[in-house]
Design a protein. Structure first.
Lengths: 698, 211
């Protein structure tokens, strides 16, 4: 398959020769002077070696694979061809969807062969031969497809210049730099920062940093020294831009799995076995025919484009473990890395945010307050609740002090009380508000039967609310049974709210939002004002024209595009960009997706507005990403996707979701925030007088 | 479980007319007066047999409130059958039928079979819409009509099955191109060999195992 006509090879003197001769070894320095360090010798070159970033033939990237020798070091490079006329003209039919950025992303610039742990050869009976190169860090490059053949020659050349042995267990697995000492190998496997070094920076930089790290094992540099080196080369996540994340995309899920596997072994056996057959790489940065040694079925795994930021999870997770009991700024820990006690890794999962903390209890709560009850540092408190929530005491009557804590904190988080209010001020305000509530409630209570007959809107709203409160959380003890007074409270508060905010009125979903609030407050007036405060943020969710929902779903689509381009492209292809399948998640803040208790925890975290006002959207992204492989692998269409998402209800891991959401939020950083239009709920609207532009339905 | 055909149904109508209860009665054969109100959409499924052929009904139970209409409209796509439900004890739910029908006509495919259901017929003493009015509306708009009760299960089975039978007949009459899934019909693997072949077939032209 030759489509060389579309490639701009005019600046490449080697090209013509290699086209004629196919694969060959070059015994002296190549005429290509651009990417090799001086004094380098190209010992192998192969053209038309391709990477398939997606399953689409049009998005394949072809390039040139080379082995370059400099001194005693052998380097492997794969550089994609440049392209002309992208997107147009007679030549633009292939590769046209790839930007230069995409190409650069996949470039392999001067990876020292000493960094390579293994190469797996695949020789399918149909299709091209390919290899998967796995670094000793556990990272794997996408499969390299040899369109013109030459895998055998590539391996032969490697064998000439490096220690390459065929695995005893697998004839297609070739091992390089086989460390004898298991501890050394485990250290080497941990060397995540090498992921940075394989990312395309300038060649000299990348090769030198790689050399440093690969030499470390020999010269016995201490880990702390190594850390210093790392600190320089790896900025904290505060500076992480998406571009950096893209560079990280060469790190694959395999990295984590392998490491997890290794740590599992250390933990269980105190020794890494030499058995390599379980370490066959799963390469997620590419698509076709990947070696499935674990996880899900081949069919779902094989054609799914890689998660562009999965890699980050690896480093993040490690840093999380390190910071186990520490509230350090999340953003500073992303990307940092430290060798830690192995046993912290034995439960390594796909989760990759900061570990959740235990909920805030009464004793600790006291430390946030001054003598008069003012919150000393609102940011501190919000952060603390963000990471752990508030202690819930379900038997409230027994431990009233915790109940009060819970109640007070919700009121503060929702903005019913100022952070710097005193105990006395809060109490006073509550009593004032109670009177105010009673007055509001009397507005509809005083409507006589005769008046109601002439007040259609009231009758209809009341009928709707009456119908809905008996269909709200009746399986929760607090609301169960016949003639439950709490159900009546629910109705009274909703009806009062529909008078308080007559423009918005009542809409289905509101009872879901009020139910936990009333459960916590147990007091009608308190619940009402908390609900009012919540609706300040979420009222637009219930706009008749659905504008509030649409703006959030739109922001969600932007975030997915930023944080998972392949998934975004998939949704686009399947005509799913309206994100209606996330409608319920957003409308009632995951109320139907988690158990009651968990919902309340979720809300506390969301309400802190700690990292973002829109953490719920990042939570949506997190859940979607969690299932991206299944969604794309099974080629779900809108209907199937909607059902799949619906069926996730009750099966979503809250802590994992929050951790992922946090990590995604940090990753997206200002880029993410910039994608969410101002005024997108729960941000307050730009112009409050246009809050509820309702058209009467009734 | 293999099926000859899969039909997508959608249940629509005002809030509180008993859509979810009808679904639950059909799929689980029980009536649950206390259940959470539907936000967005819920799903149910059941196998039935028509003409000795196993047919799977995948049923979409939608939220009825007006505000959610724009979302609900996106669910019509690819529905083979619709159950349009009103509550015989609430006149307004009958009055709103025209607007529901308009939505269905506009957003579903033209050949969608629509069954009009006057629900809660066990509450005859509170009846606000006569059977004749229901029949009349159905006749004028080319719908199948039944009064049913999700509570007593009266006509529930019949409503779902006769809708399926109508769809099935349309297939037999060649109204649908069953290989085109926009009609809300999928041909099952264990079913009728259609001209389109298996959907899950490998794209590889080489036969045999593709592992």
């Amino acid at each position: 398959m030759h489509e060389t006509d579309i490639l701009d090879l005019s600046d490449d003197a080697d090209y013509a020769a290699s086209q004629q001769q196919g694969s060959r070894s070059i015994s002296r320095c190549s005429s290509d002077r651009r990417s090799e360090p001086s004094g380098a010798e190209v010992v192998f070159v192969k053209d038309n070696v391709a990477i398939h970033p997606t399953q689409y033939a049009s998005e394949r990237i072809r390039g040139r694979l080379r082995l370059i020798k400099q001194g005693t070091c052998l380097f492997m490079t794969w550089i994609p061809y440049k392209e002309i006329g992208s997107g147009g003209g007679a030549f633009g039919h292939s590769d046209a969807r790839l930007s230069d950025k995409d190409r650069n992303l996949y470039s392999i610039r001067a990876v020292p062969v000493t960094d390579i742990r293994s190469i797996r050869r695949h020789t399918p009976t149909l299709g091209w031969q390919y290899v998967i190169v796995v670094l000793s860090s556990g990272l794997a490059f996408p499969p390299l497809y040899f369109y013109n053949g030459g895998v055998r020659e590539f391996l032969a050349t490697l064998k000439q210049h490096a220690v390459l042995v065929r695995s005893a267990d697998d004839a297609n697995l070739f091992l390089l730099n086989d460390f004898q000492d298991p501890l050394q190998r485990s250290l080497s496997s941990l060397e995540l920062p090498r992921a940075v070094s394989v990312a395309p920076t300038s060649t000299s930089e990348s090769s030198s940093s790689s050399s440093v790290s690969s030499n470390r094992l020999e010269d016995g540099r201490s880990y702390s020294e190594y850390q210093k080196h790392r600190q320089k080369s790896n900025d904290p996540a505060r500076d992480l831009s998406i571009q950096v994340l893209e560079k990280f995309s060469l790190v694959t899920k395999f990295a984590r799995e392998t490491t997890s596997h290794i740590f599992g072994e250390i933990h269980n056996d105190n020794l890494i076995t030499n058995d390599r057959k379980n370490q066959a790489p799963i390469v997620l940065n590419s698509n076709n025919d990947v070696d499935n040694s674990g996880l899900e079925s081949a069919s779902t795994e094989s054609s799914v484009a890689a998660d562009p930021i999965e890699s980050l999870s690896f480093s993040k997770q490690k840093s999380s473990c390190r910071k186990e009991n520490c509230c350090e700024e999340a953003s500073t820990t992303v990307g940092s890395f430290e060798l830690v006690d192995c046993k912290e890794f034995d439960k390594m999962t796909l989760v990759w945010g900061k570990p959740r903390q235990p909920p805030l209890g009464t004793e600790e709560w006291a430390t946030f307050l001054d003598a008069e009850g003012r919150i000393l540092d609102s940011n501190d408190l919000r952060k603390r609740i963000f990471y752990g929530g508030v202690e819930h005491q379900l038997r409230k009557e027994l431990i009233s002090i915790i109940y009060l804590l819970w109640l007070q904190i919700w009121k503060i988080l929702l903005g019913c009380h100022d952070y710097d209010s005193t105990y006395a001020e809060r109490e006073y305000l509550s009593s004032i508000k109670k009177v105010e509530y009673e007055a509001l409630k009397r507005q509809w209570q005083s409507i006589s039967v005769a008046q109601a007959k002439k007040f259609t809107k009231f009758r209809e709203r009341k009928a709707l609310i009456d119908k809905d409160v008996v269909r709200t959380d009746r399986s929760v003890t607090f609301y169960d049974g016949d003639d439950n007074p709490n159900v009546m409270l629910l109705r009274d508060v909703l009806l009062t709210y529909s008078f308080y905010n007559f423009d918005l009125g009542y809409c289905q979903g509101m009872s879901d939002l009020l139910s936990p609030i009333l459960f916590v407050m147990e007091d009608e007036s308190e619940a009402f004002w908390c609900f009012v405060a919540l609706m300040e943020r979420l009222g637009p969710n219930f706009n008749r024209d659905q504008s509030g929902m649409h703006s959030q779903l739109f922001a969600l689509s932007m975030l997915v595009e930023l944080l998972d381009k392949p998934l975004h492209n998939y949704f686009k292809q399947k005509d799913c960009l309206n994100y209606f399948f996330c409608f319920r998640w957003v409308l009632i803040q995951f109320k139907r997706e988690f158990h009651y208790e968990q919902t309340m925890r979720m809300w506390e975290v969301l309400w802190t507005h700690y990292l973002s006002e829109h953490l719920h959207l990042y939570a949506c992204v997190a859940i979607l990403k969690k299932h991206r492989k299944k969604i794309m692998g099974e080629e779900m269409d809108f209907d199937t996707l909607l059902k799949f998402i619906n069926d996730l209800s009750g099966h979503i891991d809250l802590d994992a979701t929050l951790r992922d959401a946090e990590a995604l939020c940090v990753c997206a950083g200002e880029n993410g925030a910039a994608l969410i239009p101002p005024g997108t709920p729960p941000s307050l609207p730009l112009e409050s007088n246009l809050l509820y532009s309702q058209q009467d339905e009734l | 479980m293999s099926y000859a055909y899969l039909f997508k149904y959608i249940i629509i109508g005002d809030t509180g007319v008993g859509k979810s209860c009808l679904l639950l009665q059909f799929t689980d054969k029980r009536f649950q007066p206390v259940h959470d109100l539907t936000i967005g959409v819920e799903f149910g499924a059941r196998m039935i047999t028509i003409d000795n052929k196993p047919i799977k009904l995948q049923i979409w139970d939608t939220a009825g409130q007006e505000s959610f209409r724009s979302i609900t409209r996106s669910y019509y796509r690819g529905a083979a059958g619709a159950l349009l439900v009103y509550d015989i004890t609430r006149r307004e739910t009958f009055n709103h039928l025209a607007s529901w029908l308009e939505d269905a006509r506009q957003h579903a495919n033209a050949n969608m079979t629509i069954m009009l259901i006057g629900n809660k017929c066990d509450l005859a003493h509170r009846r606000a819409v006569s059977t004749e009015e229901g029949e009349q509306f159905a006749k004028e708009n080319g719908l199948i009509f039944m009064e049913a009760s999700a509570k007593t299960a009266q006509n529930v089975e019949e409503a779902f099955i006769s809708t399926a039978a109508t769809i099935y007949k349309k297939i037999q009459d060649g109204v649908f191109d069953v290989s085109n899934e926009s009609y809300g019909i999928k041909v099952g693997y264990g079913g009728i060999p259609g001209p389109s072949g298996g959907r899950d077939g490998s794209t590889s032209q080489a036969g045999g195992c593709c592992s």
